[in-house]
Design a protein around this ligand. Structure first.
Ligand code: B12
Length: 219
C-alpha cells in the first residue's frame, strides 16, 4: 500500500494515533518530509470534502476526519516542519473567530481546521471576539483574510460591526472579510459589504482561494 493510500485509510477511520505513528515513522526513516505528508493529507481532506458535498458522508464523519488531521498536524507535522527549519508553504493568513456575544465554536473550528489542513496559517481567536480583537490580531500577524462566524440571529450585527470598524480605522481595503454561520447568507454578506460568504467548511476553503486569487489578479 502506498503512503497516500495508507494516509487516506487512517484519516477515513479517524485513527489519530495510527496516523501520528505512521507519519512519525515516515519522518524517522526519511521516506517522506513533513511537507510531503501535509500535502498528501490535504489531498485526502479534499476527497473527504467532496464526499461531504456529494452527501456520501455526513457531518459527524467530516468532523471526525478534520479532528484527526488537526491533531496530527498540530502534534507531529507542524513541530517537525519547525524543527527541520522547512518552510511550510503558506496559502495565506486567516484570522477567524465567532463574533461578540456568541459562544458557538464547532462550525468555526471546523472551518479553521480545514483551512489549516489546506495550507493556510490560521489564527483562531475563539468565541465572543470583539471587533477590536479581530482587527488587532489581523494587524499584528499581517492577515490576508478575516473570517467572522455567527450562529445567532442576534449576533449577526456584530459581523457588520467589524466591517464598520475596519472602515472607521481606514483599514477596510487591507483585508478580505468573509462571513458564515447558519443564520447568515450570501445576501447578508452583500448587504453588510463582506467579500464573501460560504455555507460550510469546504466552501470556505474554496471561497478564500478564489478571493485571494482575485486579489493577485487585481494587483
Ligand atoms: C451546539 C449548539 C449550542 C452549544 C454550542 C457549543 C459550542 N461549543 O459550539 C451551546 C449549548 C453552548 C449552545 C448555546 C446556545 N444556543 Co445553540 N446551538 C447549537 C446547535 C445544536 C449546533 C450548532 C453547531 O455546532 N452546528 C454544527 C456546525 C458544524 O455547523 P455550523 O455551526 O452551522 O457551521 C458550519 C457553517 O455554518 C459554516 N460556518 C460557520 N462559521 C463560519 C465562519 C465562516 C467565516 C465561514 C465562511 C463559514 C462558517 O461552516 C461550518 C462548518 O461546515 C444549533 C442548532 C443547529 N442545528 O445549528 C443551536 C443554535 C445555533 N443555538 C441556538 C440558541 C438560541 C442558543 C442559545 C441562545 C440558547 C439559550 N437560550 O441559552 C445559546 C447561545 C449562547 C450564546 N451567547 O451564544 C439557536 C440559534 C437561533 C438563532 N438563529 O438565533 C440554534 C439554531 C438552535 C435553535 N434551533 O434554536 N448552542
Amino acid at each position: 500500500m502506498s503512503i497516500n493510500e495508507k494516509i487516506k485509510d487512517l484519516v477515513l477511520e479517524w485513527d489519530t494515533e495510527g496516523l501520528k505513528s505512521f507519519c512519525q515513522s515516515n519522518l524517522k526513516s526519511n521516506t517522506a518530509t513533513a511537507s510531503n505528508l501535509l500535502k498528501m493529507i490535504g489531498e485526502v481532506m479534499k476527497y473527504v470534502g467532496d464526499q461531504f458535498e456529494d452527501e456520501e458522508i455526513f457531518l459527524p464523519e467530516l468532523i471526525g476526519s478534520a479532528e484527526t488531521v488537526k491533531a496530527v498536524i498540530d502534534e507531529v507535522l507542524d513541530p517537525a516542519i519547525r524543527a527541520a527549519g522547512e518552510e511550510k508553504e503558506t496559502m495565506g493568513k486567516v484570522v477567524i473567530g465567532t463574533v461578540e456575544s456568541d459562544v458557538h465554536s464547532i462550525g468555526k473550528d471546523l472551518v479553521g481546521s480545514f483551512l489549516f489542513s489546506n495550507g493556510f496559517e490560521v489564527y483562531n481567536l475563539g468565541v465572543e471576539v470583539t471587533a477590536d480583537q479581530f482587527i488587532s490580531k489581523a494587524e499584528e500577524v499581517g492577515a490576508d483574510v478575516i473570517g467572522l462566524s455567527s450562529l445567532l440571529t442576534m449576533s449577526m450585527d456584530f459581523q457588520k460591526q467589524v466591517i464598520e470598524e475596519l472602515k472607521n480605522r481606514g483599514l477596510r481595503q487591507k483585508y478580505k472579510v468573509i462571513v458564515g454561520g447558519s443564520p447568515t447568507s450570501e445576501d447578508w454578506a452583500e448587504q453588510i459589504g463582506a467579500d464573501g460568504w460560504a455555507d460550510d467548511a469546504i466552501e470556505a476553503v474554496e471561497l478564500i482561494k478564489r478571493i485571494m486569487n482575485e486579489e493577485v489578479k487585481n494587483t
